[in-house]
Design a protein around this ligand. Structure first.
Ligand code: SF4
Ligand code: SF4
Length: 393
């Protein structure tokens, strides 16, 4: 197949990909054979029952949610996470809540049907798996992703009773607009997150449709809302997007945790990426900023533990277990000002900076320095960015 015209059109994305690869090499980000969470597996990993997802437990009739729902209602005064009517809001809050609602709608309500598995025209055969991966990454970036990584679907990360027959997962990453997220917790920060999700929905649906057009099965996979299909954190770590961080998210060398990630799964044969290692565990041990500034105090201090907090955690690891109930309750505690936290834990993470030259120099130090220097970097970050403890509730 002559791809020269397409290659030409995709040249800016090839350059972008090369820049990402070069930056990772310069930072000393290592590609490793096995994901770094593996050494912290302490028990049997079973597929997680999505009804135990804390955000779903708030919905009525969830068998795992009776008690958490009662506590949620008692604490917040509301029986759902629905936003307040506009009439209950001051004009300024109404403007920013309208912004959030507008940013969410596409993500929440756009559920396109997956295209047919085997179009009658037959398949486009692309013999070279590495070439296919490169093409898919560039197309993903053309559709709006800032980073695209590829891994195999690990069935342990597919929710119990959900069927994903595909072999490959493509992870698309879009960072949040920093100026919106910075105000977390607020409607505006929620709008920043919602907008990122909607952009990802567009990009991943378009990528899935493109692959279906080549004659291979592909589908956007939901990771949130009422119908989550797979766990995004371990899948993204497998693909080398980043490593596991204290606040339970994936921390990437490019965006820290200031990003959202969505998967497309497919039968299209591709070369997969390796997981990466850049000492995130050591940095989180020296940092704790997300724990300090989380307004719900839902993120643990100190070293990781083997013991989950409650049934809403996925057990079997030594890790930082998040108190999801505290987090989800906080989201509805002051609906006049926010309907989701918007991610204070992302804002205060020293890694959540744009990949500019000065920030990359600090990143290099953060990766390669001993614990004492890491702690110094954290203190400097809190001073320079004038971090203040947010209200505790
Ligand atoms: S989203 Fe907000 S409440 Fe939840 S863990 Fe992060 S900072 Fe805490
Ligand atoms: S804020 Fe600090 S402890 Fe939390 S995820 Fe970021 S680096 Fe790790």
């Amino acid at each position: 197949m002559n791809l020269s015209k397409l290659d030409e059109a995709l040249l800016p994305y090839e350059k972008k990909l090369q820049a990402i690869e070069k930056r990772r090499r310069r930072l000393g980000v290592r590609e490793v054979d096995r994901p770094t969470y593996e050494k912290y597996i302490t028990g049997t990993i079973e597929r997680f029952d999505r009804r135990k997802n804390a955000f779903l437990t708030i919905t009525p009739n969830n068998p795992f949610g009776t008690e958490i729902r009662e506590r949620f209602i008692a604490r917040t005064g509301y029986d759902s996470r629905k936003p307040l009517p506009n009439s209950a809001l001051e004009p300024e809050d109404r403007i920013s809540q309208s912004l959030t609602a507008a940013a969410w709608r596409l993500c929440r309500e756009y559920h396109p049907q997956t295209l047919p598995v085997n179009p009658p025209e037959g398949r486009v055969e692309i013999a070279d798996k590495a070439q296919t991966s490169r093409l898919i990454k560039k197309i993903g970036m053309f559709f709006g992703a800032e980073l695209v990584r590829i891994t195999r679907v690990d069935q342990r990360w597919v929710y119990k009773d959900i069927d994903i027959p595909h072999e490959y997962a493509i992870l698309l990453v879009v960072p949040h607009a920093p100026s919106f997220i910075e105000s977390a917790p607020s409607h505006l920060a929620g709008a920043g997150v919602a907008d990122t999700y909607s952009r990802l929905k567009v990009a991943s649906t378009q990528l899935a449709d493109f692959i279906c057009g080549l004659g291979y099965d592909a589908a956007y996979r939901e990771t949130l809302g009422d119908n989550p299909e797979m766990l995004i954190v371990p899948t993204a770590i497998d693909a080398g997007v980043g490593e596991f961080a204290r606040n339970g998210r994936v921390l990437s060398p490019e965006f820290g945790i200031n990003m959202r990630i969505k998967p497309v799964t497919t039968s299209l044969p591709m070369e997969t990426d390796k997981p990466i290692s850049f000492n995130v565990h050591d940095f989180c041990m020296a940092c704790e900023s997300c724990a300090v500034y989380c307004p719900a105090q839902a993120i643990p201090y100190g070293p990781p533990t083997d013991t989950p907090i409650d049934i809403y955690n996925n057990p079997g690891y030594r890790k930082w277990y998040i108190n999801a109930e505290k987090c989800v309750t906080f989201w509805s505690i002051n609906k006049k000002k926010w309907t989701s936290c918007g991610g204070k834990c992302m804002v205060v993470c020293p890694w959540s900076k744009p990949p500019t030259f000065p920030h990359n120099m600090v990143r290099w130090l953060a990766i390669h320095s001993p614990a004492a220097i890491k702690k110094m970097l954290v203190r400097a970050d809190r001073t320079v960015y004038r971090r203040k403890k947010s209200l505790k509730v």
